[in-house]
Each structure stands twice: as structure tokens, then as C-alpha cells.
Design a protein around this ligand. Structure first.
Ligand SMILES: Cc1cc2nc3c(=O)[nH]c(=O)nc-3n(C[C@H](O)[C@H](O)[C@H](O)COP(=O)(O)OP(=O)(O)OC[C@H]3O[C@@H](n4cnc5c(N)ncnc54)[C@H](O)[C@@H]3O)c2cc1C
Length: 426
């Protein structure tokens, strides 16, 4: 096995599998089951406890096996971080058991288990590099080199590192015959074929929407921080914003990476003494930002900014809006949704010290829940919506506190000379 394959396909130890299981659920698998199929919009992570799963690409009527995951291996790649549709299928070839983690549970694991997070994210990046060639047949773009839209789609797919093949009818006359047998004609170009799906007269925007990478695929359009432009500057802002707990969105009118994405070697970037390709720098930054929960969407241009009812509203080029919810000279940060999606809990310094506040999901009626000495930070809602857990220095160093969702019954849960911070309720 080459060193690249060792990085792409690590074997998790029993201790690591136990950690994964803490965040997911165990499920039995049978021969013939599919964990997911090519083209599906699915973002679950699977660790194999026993049995075996093959990763296959379906193209031209046949299945080509890319790899086989046995006990200790895990199924998944960068799409689990970016939200992209899967371009391979995972089928069970030996019965056994897997642990399944939702995308959210995986994000929690990546944020809390640093060593395991390094192993998983390195494998995801190495797998995408392998898939760029081995799974290229999973998405075929047919279009002339003289078509501006074809050029835009090619740039978009390449900069977004989506495995694909480009078939150019100007150079290969057999492609026209192939189009006819599929019931397509030159007026349908550019065409994208992926799995059983055929997208006619496709644009970079409609393809991105199908792949799951546009604002249409966002769970919500309300953010603390909206960044227009996903070049090195925008991506750096996203890493810092998201790592500080801000709900962060990056919009790029072409594709994430900016000018740096087209640089073959950058020699003068801080921290890379031997240089790094723009492509790799972009991918690392993208994974880093998304690991902290930032959303990255493209192609999507920010057209204007206005203030409405105390909120900043970014209008997109398609005429729709995304809202930056708070607009206050103080720091409003570490927002989290109530389980019913109606309210948001957050930390704010608007009254001096950091305090816990709640507001309605549209930003109205902010109300302070905590007061007194010290800093109150990192609030999280319980899954039944009745309690909020947070960290506070009100008695010296950081300890974990619990209160009812209306701010009453504040109780200290820990009392330790060490720092106890970042609580979460399951
Ligand atoms: C071929 C090449 C090689 C290079 N090599 C080097 C090098 O070796 N060393 C070096 O220091 N620099 C190099 N550079 C320059 C470096 O890439 C830039 O300085 C750097 O990318 C600037 O980063 P940025 O984030 O400020 O802007 P950009 O990289 O320009 O990114 C801006 C992004 O914003 C997006 N955008 C613009 N308007 C909107 C809007 N309204 N809504 C949404 N998105 C929008 C754009 O699509 C773009 O992706 C190179 C540039 C190129 C083209």
C-alpha cells in the first residue's frame, strides 16, 4: 500500500472506534445493502466494525470498484464536510455492523477529538485527490470549447474539485452520435450526465444547485457573519469567524479559491517554506473553515447591502436575501438555535461583561438571561428546549452552569481549579 493510500485509508483502532460510537449509532448491514448511491444527497459517515463495504463508480452500464472498506476503515470523503452530493456508491459485500454518524454528529466529533479529526480530515482530502481521477466518469460534461457557459462550468468544477470528465464534441465526432442515442441534440448543450440524471442546457449556477453547493441548500439564511468573496482573504475571515462560534457564510460569485486557486505554486505564503499550490491552499482553507461550521456557497454574487429593522441584509444576484442578524457595536457571538427553531441563544457584551441573551429567530425581542460578576459565554440549548448550559467565570475560573431557558434556577455544575468550558447537552 502506498503512503498516499495509508493516508487515504487509515485503520481506526478499537479505542478510536469506541470514540466514534460515542457520537453515533450502531447498525447492522447485509450483503446487497447500499449505504448510499451515486448522485444521492446524503452526508452520513460510516465506520465499519465488521463486514465489508465496496465503493463503486457506475458509468457506461458497469460498476467499477474503487476500494473496499473492511473492519476499522471508515466510509466517506470531503462531501461530508462540504455538503456536495456523493459521486460514488457504497454497497455492502460482507454482512456485519457499522456505526453511523449524521453530518452534525461528525462535525461535533471533528471539533472535539483533535487527533481523530486530523486522521479523518487528512483521509478525506487524500480521497478527494484520488477520486478526481478514479471517479471522473461519475459526472460528464458535454459542451463545446467555444461555449462561454461550458468554460464557466469547467472552471467551476475544477476550482471546486468536483471529479468530472469533459467531452468536447468539436474534437470527437462520435460524441454527437452518442448524444443522439440518448435523445439529446446540439441545442441541449452544455449537458451534464451524472448517474441516471441528465441536466440539459446547464449553467454553472444550476449545476451547483443540483450538486448542493448554493444558498438554496442552506438550512437557514440567517448568519452572524456574511463574507462576500471566497479568496484567501475571505477564507481566512471564515476560519476565524467560525472558530469563534459565529454562524458564518462565504459567498463567491465564481468558485471558492479566488485568484489563488489558479496559481500553480505560491512560494511566499506565510508558513509554507517549500511553497504550496493555490489549489491545495484553497482546499485546506475550505476544510478548515467548514470544520468549524462555516457554510461556503458558489457561484453566488453579493449584489447589495441594506439595513432593515436593525438587521443588515445582503441581497444576492438572484434577487433573494441573506440576513446578518445582529447589528450592534458590542460583540454578539456564539449563537445557537433552540430545538424548535424559534429562538436563538447567544453571548453579547452589549451591557459591558459577556452575558447570555435570547432573541426570536427573526432577531426581535433580545432579552438578557444572566447578570452579576464574571463573564458568561458558550451557551447551548438542551434538546428538550427547557434548559441552557453555559460557562462562566462568576466564581473565579471558568466553570459549567445550568439554568432554565427563561434564565431562572442558575446552578453551578462543576467546581474545579482547572478550566471547564464549552459544555453541550445531549
Ligand atoms: C496565476 C496567479 C498566480 C499568483 N501567484 C501568487 C504568488 O505566488 N504569491 C502571491 O503572493 N500572490 C500570488 N497571486 C496573487 C494572489 O492570488 C492574490 O493576491 C490573492 O488571491 C488575493 O486574495 P483575495 O482573497 O484578496 O482576493 P481574490 O483572490 O481576488 O478573491 C476574491 C474573490 O471574491 C469573489 N467576488 C468578487 N466580487 C464578489 C461579489 N460581489 N460576491 C461574491 N463574490 C465576489 C471573486 O470571485 C473571488 O473569488 C497570484 C495570482 C494569480 C492569478
Amino acid at each position: 500500500m502506498s503512503s498516499e493510500n495509508t493516508e487515504a485509508f487509515p485503520i481506526l483502532s478499537a479505542a478510536d472506534l469506541a470514540l466514534v460510537e460515542d457520537h453515533g449509532v450502531r447498525r447492522s448491514i447485509d450483503v446487497g445493502d447500499y449505504l448510499f448511491r451515486q448522485g444521492e444527497q446524503t452526508n452520513d459517515f460510516y465506520a465499519v466494525l465488521s463486514g465489508a463495504v465496496e465503493i463503486v463508480v457506475h458509468a457506461d452500464g458497469t460498476d467499477r470498484v474503487i476500494t473496499r472498506h473492511g473492519p476499522g476503515r471508515f466510509v466517506g470523503e470531503l462531501n461530508l464536510v462540504t455538503g456536495l452530493r456523493v459521486f460514488v456508491s457504497a454497497r455492502v459485500v460482507e454482512p456485519g455492523e457499522v456505526v453511523v454518524l449524521s453530518r452534525q454528529a461528525l462535525q461535533h466529533l471533528l471539533a472535539t477529538e483533535t487527533r481523530l479529526s486530523d486522521v479523518i480530515l487528512r483521509a478525506f482530502m487524500a480521497r478527494r485527490a484520488l477520486l478526481l481521477s478514479s471517479a471522473a466518469a461519475s459526472l460528464r460534461l458535454v459542451g463545446s470549447r467555444f461555449s462561454p457557459e461550458t468554460r464557466r462550468i469547467r472552471e467551476y468544477l475544477t476550482r471546486s474539485r468536483v471529479p468530472h470528465e469533459w467531452l468536447n464534441p468539436d474534437e470527437d465526432p462520435s460524441i454527437e452520435a452518442l448524444l443522439q442515442t440518448s435523445g439529446l441534440d446540439p441545442g441541449d448543450l452544455p449537458v451534464v450526465c451524472t448517474g441516471e440524471t441528465v441536466l440539459r442546457r446547464v449553467t454553472a449556477g444550476s449545476l451547483a444547485e443540483y450538486l448542493g453547493l448554493t444558498v438554496a441548500n442552506l438550512p437557514s439564511r440567517i448568519f452572524d457573519l456574511v463574507i462576500a468573496g471566497g479568496g484567501p482573504a475571505g477564507l481566512a475571515a471564515a476560519v476565524y469567524g467560525a472558530s469563534e462560534g459565529l454562524r458564518t457564510l462565504v459567498l463567491d460569485m465564481v468558485a471558492v479559491g479566488g485568484q489563488a486557486g489558479s496559481s500553480s505554486r505560491i512560494e511566499n505564503y506565510f508558513g509554507f517554506p517549500t511553497g504550496i499550490s493555490g489549489d491545495e491552499l484553497t482546499q485546506r482553507a475550505l476544510v478548515q473553515a467548514e470544520k468549524f461550521g462555516a457554510h461556503l456557497t458558489s457561484p453566488c454574487a453579493a449584489a447589495s447591502l441594506r439595513e432593515e429593522g436593525g438587521h443588515l441584509v445582503v441581497r444576492l444576484s438572484d434577487g433573494s436575501d441573506v440576513v446578518r442578524l445582529t447589528n450592534n457595536p458590542a460583540i454578539d457571538t456564539m449563537g445557537g438555535w433552540s430545538p424548535d427553531g424559534n429562538r436563538i441563544v447567544f453571548t453579547s457584551t452589549r451591557d459591558g461583561n459577556a452575558r447570555i441573551y435570547v432573541m426570536n429567530a427573526d432577531g426581535t425581542s433580545p432579552a438578557r438571561l444572566t447578570s452579576g460578576p464574571g463573564q458568561d459565554v458558550t451557551p447551548e440549548w438542551s434538546s428538550d428546549g427547557k434548559k441552557i448550559v453555559f460557562s462562566s467565570t462568576r466564581n473565579g475560573n471558568f466553570e459549567i452552569y445550568l439554568m432554565s431557558a427563561d434564565g431562572t434556577n442558575q446552578t453551578r455544575l462543576t467546581n474545579n481549579p482547572a478550566i471547564d468550558i464549552l459544555p453541550d447537552i445531549y
